[in-house]
Ligand binder design. Structure first.
Ligand SMILES: Cc1ncc(COP(=O)(O)O)c(C=O)c1O
Length: 366
């Protein structure tokens, strides 16, 4: 028996009893400038909102239907694939969880990089897996290619590569991703391409899932199309692997609102393209301001950058929050402790951020 506040209760599996669950400061964010979760900062296409509003009330009483959804995803991919090669999940988080559930066993190893997206570690821990996290290299946080190659020779069960990496923005060229996967047929190589549409490099145009069936690519409509609140994401790979990953989910894990929104979002690629283009303009603008003001920063792939404030990061974080601007302190993260991760929104939003940041840090701004 376990006990909490003097009350006995049945303990969970040992891995779960010892688990520190992934937690993020998700409350009280509405109405503020959200530069803390790398979300779309303006909302989805008006066509998505229209489609959601048009859902008849009785549809809420019906279990969701997924007909045609995989086909709609495939139609947007840079290379023709079969619908069975796309798994649909309740966000990429759920796809990641399913990958570990289907493939990660007690005593096996997850190989990944550090620092990286925070959900891989708890997923490995809940399976009872060992974790080998290899640090990014040097001032520019370069991908630790040689160290990963060496570690792959020890045949870990899973390799998770976030490309571009959240939070360092590190990019890995697609031929190298393919080379890693081809060199390690016993390892499932999962490439999390959540931020690829901003400034990144997708392996999909090159991937041949028949030749490298151990490669899986994760994509989402959360960050570009603005559907983070509805939860929908995709795992793309060899049909048999996608099938195994999908086996460990429930039959209706993706709700009908997410399905309706996904169809509408996938049909309005122009909206996503325009949003991405705006973020890239804003990224160049904010990088130029930081450079001119002599602020230490790191900008690479993705819709986010790292800034090292002159003052205490926690205080700058709190001062920004007092101005209605949320950013994410990287406190305790290896290599980037003391920095702030700032998501990139529109040019107007970055101007607002910069005015507040420069004032808080007493920076000379022209
Ligand atoms: C690298 C990475 N992967 C996956 C996710 C989760 O994506 P989704 O919202 O589709 O679950 C995030 C969200 O922040 C992320 O940064």
């Amino acid at each position: 028996m376990g006990s909490s506040g003097g009350q006995a209760f049945p303990p969970a599996r040992p891995e779960v009893e010892g688990l520190q669950a992934y937690s993020a400061p998700l409350e009280g964010r509405r109405g503020l400038l959200r530069l803390d979760f790398n979300e779309n900062t303006v909302g989805p296409s008006p066509r998505v909102v229209e489609a959601l509003r048009a859902i008849p009330a009785d549809h809420i009483a019906i279990y969701p239907e997924y007909d045609g959804l995989r086909e709609a995803v495939v139609a947007q991919l840079p290379r023709p694939l079969q619908p069975e090669q796309v798994g649909v999940f309740n966000g990429v988080d759920a796809a990641i969880h399913a990958v570990f559930h289907a493939y990660g066993d007690r005593g096996e190893t997850l190989l990944t990089t550090s620092p990286t997206f925070g959900y891989y570690t708890p997923c490995a821990q809940m399976q009872g897996m060992a974790i080998e996290a290899i640090p990014y290299e040097g001032e520019a946080f370069a991908f630790p290619l040689e160290a990963i190659r060496a570690a792959l020779a020890r045949r870990p069960r899973l390799l998770l590569i976030c490309n571009p990496n959240n939070p360092t923005g590190t990019r890995l060229a697609p031929p190298l991703v393919l080379e890693l996967a081809a060199s390690a047929p016993d390892t499932l190589v999962v490439v999390d391409e959540l931020y690829e549409a901003f400034t990144g490099d997708s392996v999909l145009p090159l991937a041949d899932f028949e030749a490298t069936p151990n490669l899986v690519v994760l994509r989402s409509l959360a960050k570009t199309a603005g559907l983070a609140g509805l939860r929908i994401g995709f795992a793309i790979g060899h049909g048999a692997v996608v099938d195994r990953i999908s086996r460990v989910t429930g039959p209706y894990d993706i709700n009908s609102f997410a399905v309706t929104a996904a169809f509408a979002a996938l049909a309005d690629q122009a909206y996503v393209d325009a949003y991405v283009a705006e973020v890239l303009r804003a990224r160049d603008w904010i990088a130029a301001q930081l450079q001119a003001a002599g602020v230490r920063h790191h900008v690479a792939g993705g819709n986010y950058l790292l800034i090292w404030p002159r003052g205490e990061a926690a205080q700058v974080d709190a001062a920004l929050r007092a101005e209605g601007i949320l950013v994410r302190a990287m406190a305790g993260k290896p290599l980037i402790d003391g920095s702030l991760r700032v998501s990139i929104g529109t040019q107007e939003q970055m101007q607002r951020f910069w005015r507040a940041y420069a004032r808080i840090e007493a920076l000379p701004v022209s």
